[in-house]
Design a protein around this ligand. Structure first.
Ligand code: KG4
Ligand code: ZN
Length: 340
């Protein structure tokens, strides 16, 4: 089975073709991602209208490239999957409409994929990963702990009560005049800095409920940055390193609470999984690997290329749903908000 996946919920125009053999072996036949970073960099964040227009301009070309690199024609696929949300509605409509058009033209089934579900299932594309697992989903818009019991069967254990982790990285970067997108910039600076120079708060540490709060940490960084301004290159690196150290401690502590909540809900996870754009962060990956070892569980994170938004994760989620007969029709609508 081969599925085309289309992703346009934020600032990546992406299309991919993923296949699965009868043996269960999955393969990424193509994975085209066009990042709009340059178009948004001047604004320090994603501008929805610019994003939607850029998706319109790029979508046909990116889908054509996905077919060309897989050496396939539209008639060769078994279904079309497109992200229908959550995300910026203008962009979502572009990908959703393109997906429906290809499904109609080829007569193949159409699957409207939840972008968060795609992040949640991506680790199963590259790893032999059995349900149920505990998932830390960390992206620019979401920070959640979920027990993933099966396709379409998610128990939300906790989430952020204010900022998402990626959002906190992006805001710190903006505050320190580092290039957009903020996560990779902060991680790069942190590698050069002293993580112990500033003792930033670890919000909600030790609380039994697996929730997150990051706005206080962000404010603490801002207050220190204002106090020691003007900032030298060393100051910026030390602020990033100390911020990232606090974030890692928070992720580990809150995920530990998530493991406990999972078991209290009668669910014994096979694995600890981290996914979403922030899962690319090496310090967070290392912290979670330490936690998994402590809990006697394996830790799985998607390869770096599949952490940020991409078409392969949408195609894979489409395949997982197709195998269960979970297909949609042309009435599927764009859903700016769509909780799992
Ligand atoms: O999943 P994603 O590509 O888009 C959303 O669905 O939001 O995640 C993007 C987020 C951005 O906030 C970006 O700054 C963050 O992931 N990010 C990182 C890293 N790479 C991307 N955060 C921390 N460290 C990184 N290396
Ligand atoms: Zn995402």
């Amino acid at each position: 089975m081969r599925v085309l996946g289309i992703e346009t919920t934020c600032d990546e125009t992406a299309a991919a073709i993923v296949s699965i053999e009868r043996s269960g072996e999955s393969r990424i036949l193509s994975n085209e991602v066009l990042s709009q970073i340059a178009a948004h960099a001047a604004y320090g964040g994603v501008v929805p209208e610019i994003a939607a227009r850029a998706h319109v301009e790029a979508i046909d070309r990116i889908i054509a490239r996905a077919f060309a690199h897989a050496d396939l024609k539209p008639g060769d696929i078994d279904a079309v999957a497109a992200a229908a949300g959550p995300g910026l509605v203008g962009g979502v409509m572009v990908g959703l409409t393109a997906g429906k058009a290809i499904a109609l033209a080829t007569g193949k089934p159409f699957i409207a994929v939840n972008h968060l579900e795609a992040h949640a299932l991506t680790a199963r594309l590259t790893d032999d990963l059995a349900f149920p697992y505990l998932l830390l989903l960390v992206s620019g818009g979401h920070t959640q702990l979920l027990a993933v019991r099966g396709v379409g069967d998610y128990l939300r254990l906790g989430g952020t009560i204010d900022d998402a982790v990626g959002e906190a990285f992006d805001k710190i970067a903006k505050m320190l005049a580092l290039p957009y997108p903020g996560g990779p910039s902060v991680e790069r600076e942190a590698a050069k800095g002293d993580p112990e120079r500033f003792d930033f708060p670890r919000p909600l540490q030790g609380r039994p409920t697996p929730d997150f709060s990051l706005s206080g940490l962000k404010t603490a960084v801002r207050l220190v940055a204002e106090r020691i301004a003007p900032l030298s290159d060393n100051d910026v690196a030390d602020l990033c390193a100390s911020f990232q150290a606090a974030i890692v401690d928070v992720m580990v502590d809150r995920t530990r609470a998530g493991l406990r909540a999972c078991r209290e809900a009668g669910i014994t996870p096979t694995t600890l999984v981290v996914a979403g754009g922030v899962a690319a962060n090496q310090a967070i990956r290392s912290g979670l690997t330490r936690l998994a070892t402590e809990a006697g569980l394996p830790m799985v994170a998607p390869p770096l290329a599949l952490c940020g938004d991409n078409g392969a994760m949408i195609a894979w989620a489409g395949l997982e749903r197709l195998r269960l007969g979970l297909v949609d029709d042309m009435s599927a609508v764009a859903r700016p908000r769509w909780p799992l």
